[in-house]
Each structure stands twice: as C-alpha cells, then as structure tokens.
Design a protein around this ligand. Sequence first.
Ligand code: CAA
Length: 240
Amino acid sequence: MSRVALVTGGSRGIGAAISVALRDAGYLVAANYAGNDAAATKFAEETGIKTYKWDVADYEASKAGMAQVEADLGPIEIIVANAGITRDAPFHKMTPEQWHQVINTNLTGVFNTIHPNWTGMRERKFGRVVVISSINGQKGQFAQVNYAATKAGDLGIVKSLAQEGARFGITANAICPGYIGTDMVMAVPEKVREAIIGQIPAGRLGRPEEIARVVAFLASDESEFINGSTIAANGAQFCS
Ligand code: CAA
C-alpha cells in the first residue's frame, strides 16, 4: 500500500514541485491550498493530484481538512509543512497585522498541520515530517522580521519533534531553501531581486525541483536516522 503524503501549499511554487516529486516516488499525495482555486484546479488537472482547500492558520479547519484526506486516501504518514506567506516591510513600518498574519500562517500553521496527526503517527510507529523553512530563518533578512522569526521557529519545532518522535519511528527535518524562482521571489522588486542574485555564488535562483528532491529523500523509509536536521539548499548564499 502506498503511503499517504500531505503537502500544504502544495499546488503552487515549491509545494507543487514537492507534490509532483512525491507522486513520482509512489506516494498518494494530497495537495492542500488556501485560496487560489484556479491554480489548484489547473494543478489537479495537469498532475492528477487531489487538492484540498483549507487555511492552515485555522486549527479546526486543518483538522477537518486532514480528516477528509484520511477518509479519501488513508492515514497521513508524510507531512510536508510548506505553506507560507510574506508580508515584508522594514520593522519601523511593519504593522501588528503583518506580524500576526505571517505568524499565524507560517508558524502556527505548522503546529496546526502536524499536531492533529501526531498521535496517529506515534501509534503507527512511523512518520515523516518535513518543514520548509528558509535561508532567511538562518540569517535574518531586511524587511522580514516577521517571516524570519517564523522560519527560525520552524527549526525549533523540528529539533524538538525529532527528539520526541525518534523512538516512535518518526523523523522531523527542516529544509532551508534559498531564493527559488517562484511567485514569492518574483514579487520582490526587480532591482532588489537582481541584487539578491548577485549575492548567490551559484549565480542564479534555485529551481523548485531542487527542493522537492530533498523532500523525497527525507520522506523515504530509508532516511530514518536523519532526524532533527536542517538542510540548506541555497546555491552557497549562506553557509551555516
Ligand atoms: N539591505 C539593506 N537595505 C535595504 C535592503 C536590504 N536588503 N532592502 C532595502 N533596503 C533599503 C533601501 O535601499 C532603502 O534605503 P533608503 O531609505 O536609504 O533609500 C530602504 O531600505 C527602503 O526603505 P523604504 O521605506 O523605501 O522601504 P519600503 O517600505 O518601500 O519597503 C521593501 C521595501 C519591502 C523592503 C522591498 O525592498 C522588498 O520587498 N525587499 C525584499 C525583501 C526580501 O528580500 N524579501 C524576501 C522575499 S522572498 C522569500 O521570503 C522567500 C525566501 O524564503 C527566501
């Protein structure tokens, strides 16, 4: 029986590449999305991957959405907490609303995605949790006090979960992508983006598939001893 994998934010950007890579690796994939119905429909038509709509910032909605995934496909054994947003502003201009939106989606959303599945994974003695953090959680970033805080928080989550889950066959790891050529990065003003690319020794943005490949590796049954790790994929922009 194929294992079931959930990818939050799984119909666009890095998440879409992860969903496809896991499907190609033989998993039954559920791709969650929050709002963009048109993109989700197109993604489902093109890939045959089922999409599910809920807001990861809402615990009850997450619980209900994942119960539907389980009813359709079976227990969720691989969780890829990928959904994330930016609300960039220099700190003196950042509003409490921008702070809370990013915390609620990027950090509380990770809790909301993992927590309802944790007891089941413990009982089944198997689980793979992969959280998509960011280079900016490792190094900080001008205009991203909110985002960097959540992405650094992801590292605390996986390091703690790894210690709790290891004896139950559960692993929790983080991937820190650098700047990848997705809508999120393309939304950065062009001049700023060009300056960022100038700081990447590889001389280019990353590709979503380069992150997806790491997820497929961490999701596999054979990766059990890799637990609590932070894997950077950033073209040598920041070597931690
Ligand atoms: N480092 C140092 N200074 C910077 C800077 C940086 N990275 N970016 C902007 N500044 C400076 C500007 O030069 C400008 O300086 P002056 O006032 O002397 O002209 C000042 O900061 C900008 O001030 P503004 O009041 O004009 O800023 P703003 O309110 O218009 O905000 C911004 C502009 C939101 C900061 C915009 O520049 C921006 O979006 N920057 C990109 C931030 C970024 O890298 N986000 C990452 C998004 S991708 C992602 O998050 C994915 C991932 O995980 C990697």
